[in-house]
Structures are given as C-alpha cells and as structure tokens.
Design a protein around this ligand. Structure first.
Ligand code: CTP
Ligand code: MG
Length: 242
C-alpha cells in the first residue's frame, strides 16, 4: 500500500491581495467563512482518509499562525517553520524537513507527496481522492487542472492584441500536484526557478498526468477571489451541487 502525505506551502505574503485591499495580513490568515483561509484546505486534507500527514510550511518569522483554531484538525497536522523566499524554495525546504520529521524513514523517497497551495480553500475530499485514483502508481505523478474555456490573446507592448493563442489542448494547472518524494526533491534541486511542481518534473523529461477538476478549486489571489471562495464554501455547506 502506498503512503500519501500532504505538503502545504504557506510562507507567502499575499502581495497582490494586500496591495488592492490595503490589508497587511498575509492572505492565508484572512477570515473566510468563519475560519482563517488556510484552515479550509488543511481541514480537507486532514479529513482525507488516504493521507497520513499534513505538513504546513510557514515562514520562519510567522507570528500569525492561529494554533488554537488548528487544534481541532487533529494529529495529522504538523507545522514546519522553514518557508523560503519563493514557493519552490518553501516546497524544497518542506520536503527535507518532513523527511526529518518522519525520522528519515528509508522508504520516504518512494512515498507520495501532494503539494497544495494554502490559498486554495475550496478543495474537496472528492477532488483529492480522484487525483490519487487517477495517478495510481504512475511514476510521472499528476496534478489537478482545468481545460481553458476562454479564447486567449497575447498582448503587444501597447496593450493591443498581438496574437490569438488557440486554446485547444491548454489547461490551467491547479493543486494538489502529487509526485514521489525523492523525484520531486531531485526535480526542484535541478530546476529551482519553477512556479509549480509539475514544471520541475517536466524539466526531467517526465510527463505528469492532467486530472480534470473544476473552477471551484480557485486560488485566492485578488480581493474578489475571497468573495467567490466564501460563496462556494457557504453554498456547499447548504448541500448544493458544485
Ligand atoms: N508561498 C510560499 N512561500 C513563498 C511564496 C508563496 O509558501 N515564498 C505559498 C503561498 O503562501 C501560497 C502558495 O505558495 O499558499 C501560492 O502562492 P501565491 O498564490 O503566489 O501566494 P503569495 O505569494 O502569498 O501571493 P502574492 O504572489 O500575491 O504575493
Ligand atoms: Mg506568489
């Protein structure tokens, strides 16, 4: 039986959110549907039976981690204070720290790590289970993603259309993105400048599997996203289909 662990980078500053909203609090700690934003993704990952541990990566100088609110999530949740200057660095540091935390177990390199943005609060257990089932034992791993719906335009330097980019075959990458521990660490050491884990794996010549999710697994980046996420969480709670 394979083992699965979640790794949640949460060492960002939320600059795009803060610049527009005027709020200095990093977005992962903004209030959302009665909890800190990050609580929602952590609660989903902790509630997924297949996942053994949920590691959250905080900035070393984080003073806002709301320990009391997190206590209810139970013993799967582990806090690592080793965030870096970029998302990729936070993930790399987290991969090393989680191996240490698990006692450098010899088999850790073959275990699966699901990396999930703290800023995607609307993840569901069903999405996580679907990802795990679709990737199976495929060594290239995989990620949740959504086929692009809109026609895409490349802009010129004057803000005019330079080119229309055919959307056929284009997907928007989401998280979780799941890979075996050793492979992901090697890939990120080799390609530290990437913006998601799949890109690092691709530089090794592997082809991660795209697993269809839906737009409700949005990343909270701009102030409007916070309202959308709140609506999704509250309407789901009322049992509506989403
Ligand atoms: N992240 C991280 N370490 C960093 C930068 C980002 O752990 N040095 C995390 C964020 O906390 C977030 C995820 O990576 O959970 C996705 O990043 P993003 O949405 O870009 O968040 P921020 O970097 O916080 O936002 P911004 O880019 O607007 O500053
Ligand atoms: Mg960022």
């Amino acid at each position: 039986m394979s083992s699965y662990h979640a790794l949640v980078p949460a060492a960002g500053s939320g600059s795009r959110m803060g610049a527009l909203s005027g709020r200095a609090v990093p977005k992962q700690y903004l209030p959302l549907a009665g909890q800190p934003l990050i609580w929602h993704a952590l609660a989903t990952l902790c509630a997924t039976p297949a996942i053994a541990h949920v590691f959250v990566v905080l900035a070393p100088d984080d003073t806002l981690w709301p320990a009391p609110a997190m206590a209810s999530l139970g013993p799967k949740l582990r806090v690592l204070r080793c965030g870096g200057d970029t998302r990729a660095q936070s993930v790399t540091n987290g991969l090393r720290a989680m191996a240490e935390e698990l006692g450098d177990a010899p088999g850790i390199g073959d275990e699966w790590v699901l990396v999930h943005d703290a800023a995607r609060p609307c993840l569901t257990v069903a999405m996580v289970e679907n990802l795990i089932a679709e990737v199976g034992e495929d060594d290239a791993g995989g990620l949740l993603a959504v086929p692009v719906a809109d026609t895409l335009k490349r802009a010129d330097e004057n803000g005019r259309v330079h080119q229309t980019v055919p959307r056929e075959g284009l997907w928007q990458a989401q998280t979780p993105q799941m890979f075996r521990h050793r492979l992901l660490l090697d890939a990120l050491d080799y390609a530290p400048q990437v913006t998601d884990e799949a890109s690092a794996i691709e530089t090794l010549g592997l082809l991660p599997r795209l697993v269809a999710a839906d737009a409700s697994n949005l990343k909270v980046t701009w102030p409007l996203d916070l309202q959308l996420a709140e609506w999704i969480l509250q309407n789901r709670d009322k049992g509506k289909t989403l």
